[in-house]
Design a protein around this ligand. Structure first.
Ligand code: ZN
Length: 473
């Protein structure tokens, strides 16, 4: 293992403070949006630098640190390879397509980890490869005992815990062939909610309506039923649950274009299992942010992108962007390394097991309850636009606030930059984000994420391609 990786792991472990239990129940590695391509550095639509090749070096060190910290698995929150690969044709040296080359390169690092990696499908994944191929190549199908053409699953690392991995592109234009019921449902929703000719544009949409863009998606009725069953089974077994999705669950933790189309419906289900569900993890927006939904005690964490972490800076040879998560009976602690924000989730009391015959849906059969996807386009049954939850308690800090700043809301300057102060030679666990007292609702209605889309089914992508990135070369 590289000395730097050893140091990173050591720094992480050294930063661990005592808890009720001195030894965590388990540890797992956490990172998001590697978005690798064998491509010169560029910038996003908003000018944020992107390091397509360096992302792979960061992944290498992160995986080594996961091994050194004895993580029993790791989670990558989606967008493993950048959509540009799909436009780069064949690599002359390898005779592979760049999409294939990038995927092989990235997966090789996870294979060296030697433990399970829980992958999520991101929009960039689907720009490069068909959904069913990704299910196989990313190991998603390994967690599904039967042959099912969907991309959500669950994993139980230890008896008392369950990780639920949702597919935010279940109802989507992306990854389904023309005529597929879930694609047609997505087309209908976009037609209803987004009047722009280019459905990747959120121009003219206000507030949370901005989520209805082509590079977004939603959770189907079939997946919601499965989710309810998973949570009921977890509650019956008195398990704790962490729920992950590439797209974002909670308004205020990312630009509204990053929200799940039916985030309210999903939140309502999660909040019905307060205490069982302790938190959510998301990627896609590329910046760290976190919020607490006070009534349920559920934490919502959005994670910074590896792709946009620079290769070193003053007095720091290499930058890092990953977390090592330690799970205790009463606490989840995200130990962020270097630019990745740390935070702690004190856990609310575990609810009593539901009375037999009450609170457990008839279709609940736990994680083994997987049936063939019937393709019925009944999902997104209650897409709403109003935000009815209390304002989120914002805990995180935007490291790329240039992509966040609302033009119609309060200043976010009070959020500060509590975790960007690492300065030694070695990466160190970053500081915990500070709570902001009584914040006003932060609806980032004018934010856009025009840098994150890449159509796959249009005739030509060159105009958009020029719009969302600019080569620095
Ligand atoms: Zn994404």
């Amino acid at each position: 293992m590289a000395p730097m990786a050893q140091a990173a792991a050591a720094a992480t472990c050294a930063a661990v403070s005592p808890s009720v239990s001195p030894t965590p129940l388990f540890r797992f590695g956490l990172l998001s949006d590697v978005q690798h391509a064998d491509k010169d550095d560029g910038v996003s639509f908003h000018g944020t630098p992107r390091y397509y090749r360096y992302a792979l070096q960061q992944l290498d060190r992160a995986v080594a640190a996961f091994q050194a910290a004895d993580c029993s698995f790791c989670i990558h929150l989606g967008d493993l390879c950048d959509g540009h690969n799909s436009q780069m044709g064949e690599c002359a040296a390898t005779r592979l397509t760049h999409s294939e080359k990038a995927l092989r390169s990235a997966l090789a690092h996870f294979e060296r980890f030697g433990k399970p990696t829980l992958h999520l499908l991101g929009n960039h994944c689907l720009y490069n490869h068909p959904r069913e191929e990704l299910n196989q190549r990313l190991g998603i199908s390994d967690f599904q005992p039967d042959e099912v053409p969907h991309s959500y699953y669950s994993y139980q690392p230890v008896p008392g815990w369950r990780i639920i991995m949702l597919d935010g592109y279940d109802v989507s234009i992306l990854g389904w062939p023309p005529g597929h019921p879930l694609r047609e449902q997505a087309e209908q929703l976009l037609a209803e909610h987004n009047p722009n000719t280019d459905k990747n544009s959120s121009s003219g949409l206000e507030g949370v309506q901005r989520r209805f863009v082509k590079f977004g998606g939603g959770i189907s009725a079939h997946q919601l039923t499965w989710l309810r069953g998973e949570l009921a089974a977890a509650a019956a077994a008195r398990q704790r649950v962490i729920v992950a999705c590439h797209l974002v669950f909670y308004p205020g933790t990312a630009p509204n274009t990053c929200l799940l189309w039916n985030y309210e419906e999903v939140l309502q289900i999660l909040q019905q299992h307060a205490g069982t569900v302790v938190g959510t993890l998301s990627g896609h927006s590329h910046s760290d942010h976190s919020a607490l939904h006070k009534p349920s005690g559920i934490r919502h964490r959005v994670c910074k992108a590896v792709l946009e972490t620079p290769p070193g800076r003053a007095q720091v040879e290499h930058s890092e962007c990953y977390g090592i998560v330690e799970v205790f009976p009463d606490l989840v602690r995200i130990n962020g390394v270097d630019t990745f924000a740390s935070e702690e989730w004190p856990l609310p009391p575990l609810p009593a097991a539901p009375v037999r015959g009450r609170g457990v849906p008839a279709d609940s059969r736990g994680s083994d309850a997987r049936t063939a996807h019937d393709g019925i386009p009944a999902g997104l049954s209650a897409v709403k636009t109003a935000v009815e939850d209390p304002p989120p308690l914002l805990l995180g800090n935007c490291s790329s606030r240039d992509e966040y700043l609302p033009t119609d809301g309060p200043s976010t300057s009070a959020l500060g930059n509590a975790y960007t102060t690492s300065s030694g030679e070695m990466p160190a666990a970053s500081m915990s984000p500070q709570a902001v007292e009584d914040p006003p609702p932060l609806l980032l209605g004018n934010c856009s994420l025009g840098d994150d889309y890449l159509p796959t089914d249009g005739p030509s992508t060159s105009a958009l391609g020029d719009a969302f990135t600019t080569s620095r070369g």
